[in-house]
Design a binder for this molecule. Sequence first.
Ligand code: WQD
Length: 340
Amino acid sequence: MNNEKGDILVTGGLGFIGSHTVVELQNEGFKVVIIDNLSNSKIEVLESIATITGIKPEFVKLDLKDKKKIQDFFNNRKIEGVIHFAASKAVGESVEQPLKYYENNISTLVYLLQEMEKNNTNNFIFSSSCTVYGQADELPITENAPIKPAESPYGNTKQIGEEIIKDTTKVSNLQAIALRYFNPIGAHESVIIGELPLGVPQNLIPFVTQTAAGIREELSVFGDDYPTPDGTAVRDYIHVVDLAKAHIAALKRLIAGNNKKKMEFFNVGTGKGSSVLEVITAFEKVSDRKLNYKIVGRREGDITSAYADTSLANNELGWKSTLTLEDALLSAWNWQEKQK
Ligand code: WQD
């Protein structure tokens, strides 16, 4: 068993990436406790996780903005490690409501780290993002690529979050790994958990699947005048299950004390870039549906191209993505078809 020394706390564990990570943690024998405020997730996901793994994680409904509640949570508990997903993540919304994002993504991180320090919980995995690189000068992007001024308050909260953690590791027993996600997509093979975007999807894949399902009229492709082979923007789309497994590898590294620095950073992607039109073509192939789309102007703040150099995660974490773009798109479509 992996939990002789304590439970693993997953904040935001009922969310898209969080729930898939809880499943993989339980598959690896970890005992999991989830904190979630249900602001962007559904309580039904808890049963869904139990259906997949046969183990119902402990769940505590709690908003990390409530410092006192976090203190109460940590009292008389042994938490071996924390994987921190709980945060607001909509780029566009963050531009309209910056203070909501700084409060929800930064204050909560500080409160959580303060309680972890008091309780001698020292293993921390942080949900970061390739967004910290902005438009990188060189592709594929390595972890040494310069951190560029953030294009949005959301991206800024990821940059600031990394700095807060790094500063804390310098003066405490905290050791941390920031995983810089590229574009998470897809759903668990069981089709019992997946992405549940609230309202009109901001991200490409949920919009694609909702269009194919007839929920949306047509997909707008944001620009075909980028300096890319087919003119549409390029991203590194990683299957959410591969992404979840990277968290397990990172957590095991810290628990085993195999980390080489108090804070480490790893890009988590496939290493392969796909354009919007390539995604559409691949989706039409796996779903056997013709996708209704039109080309429109660029979206404010979008970058041309981002895909990961994953050699550090491959060599140091012993982790590599195994699922393809088609696997991810098919799983996303299967998940969409199951939604009522
Ligand atoms: C992908 C591509 C769009 C919608 C953001 C955040 C990142 C992470 C993932 C949270 C782009 C194009 C999209 C549409 C389109 N955030 N697109 N029509 O912007 O790469 O990354 O979401 O986890 O941190 O920065 O992802 O899915 O929004 O866009 O043409 O209706 O699809 O222009 O090229 P993005 P995305």
